[in-house]
Design a protein around this ligand. Structure first.
Ligand code: AMP
Length: 419
């Protein structure tokens, strides 16, 4: 019969890969807690309107990539393509701003974008999303970057490049936008169809275009750094000084605009050469008006999202032989021994000891092979004769030694091995 496979662009995360994910998530919980963050769990499905308004109508995500459908109640719903809009929705809906002047939240889970699948790019992928809501003080931007670099280092990632930029604010960005439009006027022929359209809808997006002629044109384009107002310039400088205080290396990349419309002032990305074409591990930035634009109070925010698939792919595979196997394997020979093995194995597990056994009644040789493959530390061999004599053989697999032990206090003997 024909097998049913997963949907294109959706992938299973199998063990031992899942061990890496748990390791990364565990580190995230620890590091983020020390910086005062709390976890928030948000739904995967939202009203489509949230993303249209939040991310921006003329972004690639909203224009081309969302999984949007009309549900049976005739409501337009969308599988979340990113988490920030949902976190802000929850923040406003539950008036979290009323409780604290600064709210620090993080969320972990799957996102959905109908992009062209390739290595490092999936249609369902997972992100760790981190947000700080409160004042627009540049110390907050620096604090967030200090934390993220510390987090990446703490999971063992090095040779990372931090790129930062300032996209300006409501005051200075319109001037930059106009400068881009007048720079490109008369050069429309050199741009791809999408960028020609972007010229009137969202000219900054053209910096993000991957088509070679567009990239070529944009190398000559004006830079936001030349247009930032005094406030934005000071904001950006304070951030840089504070990164230097913590010896965090960075590069200013004036062409980095990021794919979402809500960003103001600070934007950043962490990339690495080890990822190939999809080289961004994480991206984020400041959004001083998103809360207001989604109907909330005038509170600023800054956040970032880390791609878990990309991050996990940078951490080396654990070596099966060095990863700890079970403490005990119980090789049982005959029905009675098998029942005894069942009881002992599960009693040990109830006490938190990783034990394995085999109910197939296979030969001792093949059971020992399995014990070896599992990388078990000890094996107990239980045969019919041993049962009658109330004893068992305990084999130390690492030292290749064995001794006889009594069956009556076998559980206690094994528990002692675990200490
Ligand atoms: P973004 O939400 O687009 O700013 O992306 C933040 C991070 O999420 C990126 O740096 C990637 O690590 C990851 N990411 C974004 N899109 C995908 C995708 N389609 N597949 C896998 N990871 C992704």
């Amino acid at each position: 019969m024909e097998i049913i496979t997963a949907v294109r662009g959706f992938k299973d995360i199998l063990p031992p890969e899942t061990d890496k994910w748990r390791y990364i998530e565990g580190k995230a919980h620890d590091v983020f807690s020390a910086f005062g963050f709390r976890e928030i769990r948000i739904p995967i499905l939202e009203k489509t309107e949230l993303f249209r308004r939040g991310i921006g109508e003329s972004t690639d995500i909203v224009e081309k990539e969302m999984y949007t459908f009309t549900d049976r109640g005739e409501e337009s719903l969308t599988l979340r393509p990113e988490a920030t809009a949902s976190v802000i929705r929850a923040y406003i809906e539950h008036a979290l701003h009323a409780a604290e002047p600064v709210t620090k939240l993080y969320a972990i889970g799957p996102m959905f974008r109908r992009e062209r699948p390739q290595k490092g790019r999936y249609r369902q992928f997972n992100q760790i999303d981190v947000e700080i809501l409160g004042p627009d003080d540049p110390h907050i931007d620096a604090e967030l970057l200090v934390m993220v670099i510390h987090f990446l280092r703490s999971v063992g990632l090095s040779s990372l490049n931090l790129e930062i930029n300032s996209l300006g604010c409501e005051k200075c960005r319109p001037g930059f936008r106009e400068a881009i439009v007048s720079f490109l006027r008369g050069r429309e022929e050199e741009l791809c169809g999408d960028c020609r359209r972007r010229l009137s809808t969202n000219p900054l997006r053209i910096f993000d275009c991957k088509v070679e002629p567009c990239r070529e044109v944009m190398t000559q384009a004006p830079r936001m750094t030349d247009f930032v107002c005094e406030d934005c310039r000071r904001h950006f400088e304070t951030l840089q000084q504070n990164l230097e205080q913590f010896q965090i290396a960075y590069q200013v990349n004036p062409k980095m605009v990021r794919g979402l419309d809500y960003y103001t002032r600070t934007t950043f990305e962490v990339t690495t050469e080890h990822l190939g074409a999809q080289n961004a591990v994480l991206g984020g930035g400041r959004y001083d008006h998103l809360v207001r634009d989604l109907g909330g109070p005038d509170i600023s925010g800054i956040g970032f999202a880390i791609g878990l698939e990309r991050m996990a792919s940078l951490i080396p595979e654990p070596d099966a032989k060095t990863s700890p196997g079970p403490l005990l394997f119980i090789a049982a020979l005959g029905d009675k021994a098998l029942q005894e093995a069942f009881l002992l194995c599960n009693r040990l597990r109830l006490k938190g000891i990783l034990a394995e056994t085999d109910y197939t009644g296979r030969s001792l040789k093949s059971q020992m092979k399995r014990a070896d493959k599992l990388n078990t530390a000890f094996t107990v061999i239980l045969g019919e004769k041993e049962l009658v004599e109330k004893r068992a053989l305990l084999r130390n697999m690492r030292q290749s030694t064995q001794e006889e032990i009594g069956l009556d206090d076998i559980e206690e003997t094994i528990l002692k091995l675990a200490r």
